[in-house]
Design a protein around this ligand. Structure first.
Ligand SMILES: NC(=O)c1ccc[n+]([C@@H]2O[C@H](COP(=O)([O-])OP(=O)(O)OC[C@H]3O[C@@H](n4cnc5c(N)ncnc54)[C@H](OP(=O)(O)O)[C@@H]3O)[C@@H](O)[C@H]2O)c1
Ligand SMILES: *[C@@H]1O[C@H](CO)[C@@H](O)[C@H](O)[C@H]1NC(C)=O
Length: 376
C-alpha cells in the first residue's frame, strides 16, 4: 500500500468537499493500492496537524467533524476534542508547516493542496517546492501574481498540478500539457470560462434584457453576491493569464485587455449593489441589445470569451459563428476551443460544468492521485 501524505490549506466549500471525497473514496483508493493521508488542515487563522510521530493522518471521523464546524461558519480553533492533533496559529503555524515540509518533502513528495481563495499562500508554496514537496491548487491567485512567482512554482513542472484553476474539474490543463509535450504547436485558444457570463450571453441572445437576465442569474445563485465581480471579467482574466503563461507568454494581469460589462461609473466604490441592480443595470440593456441584433444580422452570436493567440491575450465580448462549439453554447457550461497543427480546421473542444464545489474538488483529488506516480 502506497501512502500519499498531504496538507490541505483552506477548508471552505471546495476544501471540505475534497475531504469528503477523500473519505468516501477510501475503498476505491485502497483497491488501487493507495492511501491518502491528511496530515494537516488549515483555515485563515489556524492549522490542525497530527502530532503522531509516525505521521499517521487525521482520522476520518475527525475530518468530518472538522467539515461540520467549518460549514457552520466556525473556525478550526472551535474544534473541541483534538485527540492526537495540535492546533497552531501564526506565526508558529508557518514554522510547523516548514518543519513538516523539510522532514517529508524529499522522502515522500508531501503534497500541499491550496483550496484557499487567498494570495497569502504563495509564500509557503514557493518555499516548500524547494524542499521536494508537490503542490496542487484550486486557488488561482498564486499563479496569477508576478511572473517570478509563477516560474518559481513551476520550477519543477512535474511536481505541480492545478487542473481546477481553469474550468474546475474539466481536463483543460492536462489536455494542453499533452498537446504541448507532443510538440503540436497551439495556434489559438478561445473559451467561455465563466458559467455566469455563459448563461448571461446565451439568455440575451434570446432577446431578454441584460438587467432581467442578471437579476435572474443572481436569484438562481449563479453570480457572486455582487454580480459585478462576474460582469467585470477579472475571474475570466485570471484563468486566461494561467493559460497564456502555460503557452509561454511572459505576461502579467495588467497586460491583458479586459472588457467589463459595466462602466467605471457603476463600480462598487461608487454604487451600492442595490443601486446597480435597480438603476445601473437597466441603462446597459439597450447597448447590449443592439450588439446582439447586429451580430444576429451577420449570422453570429455574442459570447464573453478569452482569446489567446500568438503573443496576445484578450478578454471580452466577441462575435462568433452561431454554428460553432462556442456559438451553440447554452446555459452555464464552460466551453474551450483549442486550435493546433493537429486540430486545425476543427478545434479540440472541451465542454462541461466549469464550477461547483463537487466537480472542483474532484479535479483536485484527481491531481493529488496523478502527481504521486513520481514517487514509487
Ligand atoms: N467553488 C468553485 O466552484 C470553484 C471553482 C474553481 C476554483 N475555485 C477556487 O477554489 C478556491 C476555494 O474556493 P471556495 O469556494 O472553497 O472558497 P471559500 O469557501 O471562500 O473557502 C476558502 C477557505 O480558505 C481559507 N483561507 C483563507 N486564507 C487562507 C490562508 N492564508 N491559508 C489557509 N487557508 C486560508 C478560508 O478560511 P476561513 O474559513 O478562516 O475564512 C476558507 O476556509 C478559490 O481559490 C476558488 O477561486 C472554486
Ligand atoms: C459550496 O460549499 C459552500 C460551503 O459548504 C456552500 O455554502 C455553497 O453553497 C456551496 N456551493 C454550491 C454551488 O453548492
Amino acid at each position: 500500500m502506497k501512502t500519499i501524505p498531504l496538507i490541505l490549506m483552506g477548508c471552505g466549500g471546495v476544501g471540505c468537499h475534497l475531504l469528503q471525497h477523500i473519505v468516501s473514496c477510501r475503498s476505491l483508493h485502497s483497491s488501487q493500492g493507495l492511501c491518502l493521508n491528511v496530515l494537516g488542515v488549515s483555515d485563515s487563522k489556524s492549522l490542525v496537524v497530527t502530532e503522531d510521530s509516525s505521521n499517521k493522518g487525521l482520522d476520518d471521523k475527525f475530518l468530518m467533524e472538522l467539515c461540520r464546524v467549518k460549514r457552520d461558519g466556525g473556525s478550526l480553533s472551535k474544534l473541541g476534542d483534538l485527540g492526537d492533533c495540535r492546533l497552531f496559529s501564526h506565526p508558529e503555524l508557518q514554522e510547523r508547516i516548514l518543519e513538516l515540509a523539510s522532514q517529508l518533502g524529499g522522502k515522500t513528495g508531501l503534497v500541499f493542496v491550496d483550496c484557499s481563495a487567498s494570495s497569502n499562500t504563495v509564500a509557503v508554496l514557493k518555499q516548500v517546492v524547494d524542499m521536494g514537496c508537490c503542490i496542487v491548487m484550486a486557488n488561482k491567485k498564486p499563479l496569477t501574481s508576478t511572473m517570478e512567482d509563477f516560474e518559481k512554482l513551476y520550477a519543477y513542472p512535474r511536481r505541480i498540478r492545478h487542473e481546477s484553476t481553469v474550468g474546475a474539474g474539466l481536463p483543460v490543463i492536462a489536455s494542453l500539457n499533452r498537446i504541448i509535450s507532443s510538440g503540436d504547436p497551439v495556434h489559438r485558444i478561445i473559451g467561455s470560462l465563466s458559467g455566469t457570463l455563459g448563461y448571461v450571453m446565451s439568455e440575451v441572445e434570446d432577446g431578454k434584457p441584460l438587467s432581467q437576465v442578471v437579476r435572474a442569474a443572481k436569484s438562481l445563485g449563479y453570480t457572486e453576491p455582487d454580480p459585478r465581480e462576474d460582469l467585470g471579467g477579472m475571474d475570466v482574466a485570471r484563468k486566461a493569464l494561467i493559460l497564456a503563461r502555460i503557452l509561454g507568454q511572459r505576461i502579467n494581469m495588467d497586460t491583458i485587455q479586459i472588457e467589463s460589462l459595466y462602466p467605471k461609473e457603476m463600480g462598487p466604490d461608487l454604487m451600492s449593489v442595490e443601486d446597480f441592480m435597480n438603476s445601473g443595470l437597466p441603462l446597459l440593456d439597450k447597448d447590449i441589445q443592439e450588439r446582439v441584433e447586429k451580430a444576429a444580422s451577420n449570422g453570429n452570436v455574442l459570447r464573453y470569451v478569452c482569446v489567446i493567440e500568438g503573443s496576445s491575450c484578450e478578454v471580452g465580448i466577441q462575435e462568433l459563428p452561431k454554428n460553432s462549439p462556442l456559438g451553440r453554447l447554452r446555459g452555464s457550461d464552460n466551453v474551450l476551443e483549442i486550435y493546433t497543427r493537429c486540430y486545425t480546421s476543427q478545434p479540440l473542444v472541451i465542454q462541461g460544468a466549469g464550477a461547483g464545489n463537487d466537480t472542483t474538488a474532484a479535479g483536485v483529488l484527481a491531481d493529488i492521485v496523478d502527481i504521486q506516480d513520481l514517487f514509487p
